[in-house]
Design a protein. Structure first.
Length: 78
């Protein structure tokens, strides 16, 4: 453990946090697509389309979070 801390961080921490944030972002995007589709009575195809559209920014935000978390973790020093 001390060797990986000396090299610049714990990759497991970054991976775990990224998985958590990614699942939260994707769940929010899917729920938003379902809610907006239901609100405007778009049917199943409309709901699935909105879910797909809303998932793209959620995945991008997850990617950006992973890069930022990895960078922040690599700059930490003990």
């Amino acid at each position: 453990m001390a060797a990986s801390s000396a090299r610049g961080g714990q990759p497991l921490t970054v991976i775990s946090a990224t998985v958590f944030v990614g699942i939260q972002a994707l769940a929010t995007a899917l729920a938003a697509g379902w809610a907006v589709g239901g609100l405007f009575n778009l049917g199943d195809v409309g709901e699935y389309g909105l879910m797909a559209i809303f998932s793209v920014p959620a995945l991008y935000a997850t990617f950006r979070y992973a890069r930022s978390a990895a960078h922040a973790e690599s700059t930490l020093t003990n």
